[in-house]
Design a protein around this ligand. Sequence first.
Ligand code: SME
Length: 161
Amino acid sequence: MPVADKLGEVRNEISDLAQAEPTAQDLMRKMVKLLHDRMLKYNWVGFYMLEPGAKPPMLVLGAFEGAMTPHTRIPLNQGICGAAASSGQTVVVDDVSKDPRYLACSLETKSEIVVPVFKNGKVVGELDIDSHFPAAFTPEHQALVQHCAEVVGKKLETAGR
Ligand code: SME
């Protein structure tokens, strides 16, 4: 199947999930599984959410699929994860070995994307995906992952946690 068709298909499945799941927690759990199962190069898929009221702010591991990571809590001044959450921008790293911010989760990881999740205009967490393949997150993949983060943000706004 051409890549664009596969990405379109998975995008539709994500939209269906967003309709079907009653809470953001349910949606995030099902979403990480769907992305991990369907996208062969998405080898670790997980959410980090900002701990409510934490000072200094702290990202805490939420729903994930893939090997357990040593990084269950990440301050905003650390990692690709901290960079995405503190800037409110998507971060794509084609070769993690060349990025000094990178916190290693698996020795097999070659590339990574982190997309912030916004609730009512504020960053509340992020969707982090690691790949065993270099430069896995082309602009088409970036669009899919951003769609995923958006539907979670909308669910948080309408249904709460
Ligand atoms: N690589 C991330 C840490 C999280 S693990 O990939 C699951 C980072 O550099 O922030």
